[in-house]
Ligand binder design. Structure first.
Ligand code: B1M
Length: 221
């Protein structure tokens, strides 16, 4: 019975149907299904599938955006219930995420945030056009494990380096001098692995699904 519901959940995300995803999340709760199971055995499978089909050219940008919205609608129903019942998802790590200063592209960054959240990371999404000091402040405030920097323009990629330098200057990236050592993951269409290496970022991913694997790797998981 739950198996069927899990499949329908995944399908609602694949179809990008946010209303249906929210309704199925409510139905799962009404049937006593654990919110965590609904996320991990249902909705996440859908968003992973869409990511795969997008990567091989079988799905397109609107499909990704709608899948992200559907996933968010489901999580919005399930997360308060998890808090109410005290069902804590195993938290894998804290990620401060944003699109760098001067850049207002948000779709890819938001997908990365959704995928990280769905897979157990606590994400602090600072939005777009985020001033460099804001990343440092937030990383310090929440004791971030990872700072994730998205940039879609060749002219704004350099702001990723600025953030890394600011984190270095704030002493947040050296374990010896500070209780936390923040790692940095970068991404966005013009960003490459060699750019990541050049600016000293520990992590790089070219897509949202890969970002989850990279974040886990940075956490030593
Ligand atoms: Co703009 N834009 N845009 N744009 N835009 C690009 C990026 C561009 C390549 C289009 C082109 O010319 N072919 C070009 C950049 C050229 C360059 O610098 N090399 C460009 C330009 C020039 C501009 C403006 C300057 C246009 C103008 O005003 N003259 C302007 C800049 C505004 C600004 O930021 N200051 C601008 C504006 C816009 C819109 C506002 C209209 C809109 C954004 C709407 C929004 O986000 N709400 C927009 C869009 C939609 C695009 C394109 C068409 C699509 C971007 C997108 O959402 N892709 C884009 C062309 C393209 O990329 N094909 C383009 C889908 C998204 C799922 O992918 O964001 O790459 P992406 O994210 C992926 C990966 O990159 C990765 O995972 C994501 C999911 O798989 N990823 C990460 C992203 N962040 C990551 C972080 C990680 C890890 C992985 O770790 C932290």
């Amino acid at each position: 019975m739950s198996e069927e519901l899990f499949k329908t959940m995944a399908q609602s995300v694949i179809e990008g149907d946010a209303d249906r995803a929210g309704e199925l999340a409510r139905q799962a709760l009404a049937q006593g299904i654990a919110p965590l199971d609904a996320i991990n055995q249902g909705f996440v499978l859908g968003v992973n599938e869409v990511g795969k089909q997008y990567a091989c050219g079988d799905m397109f940008l609107p499909d990704l955006v709608m899948a992200g919205e559907a996933m968010k609608a489901a999580v919005a129903v399930l997360e308060p219930e998890m808090q109410r019942t005290g069902t804590e998802r195993k938290m894998l790590g804290k990620v401060v995420l944003g699109t760098v200063k001067g850049d207002i592209h948000e779709i890819g960054k938001t997908l990365v945030g959704t995928m990280l959240t769905a897979n157990g990371f606590q994400v602090f999404d600072l939005g777009t056009d985020v001033p460099t000091p804001k990343f440092v402040e937030k990383a310090r405030e929440v004791n971030a494990d990872i700072v994730g920097l998205s940039a879609l323009l060749t002219t704004t990629m350099t702001a990723q380096r600025d953030v890394i330098e600011a984190l270095n200057e704030a002493g947040l990236r050296s374990q010896g001098r500070h209780p936390i050592a923040v790692k940095v993951m970068v991404g966005g269409a013009p960003v490459t692995r060699s750019w990541a290496a050049e600016i000293g970022a520990e992590g790089y991913s070219e897509d949202a699904i890969g970002a989850v694997a990279v974040a886990k790797q940075l956490m030593g998981l």
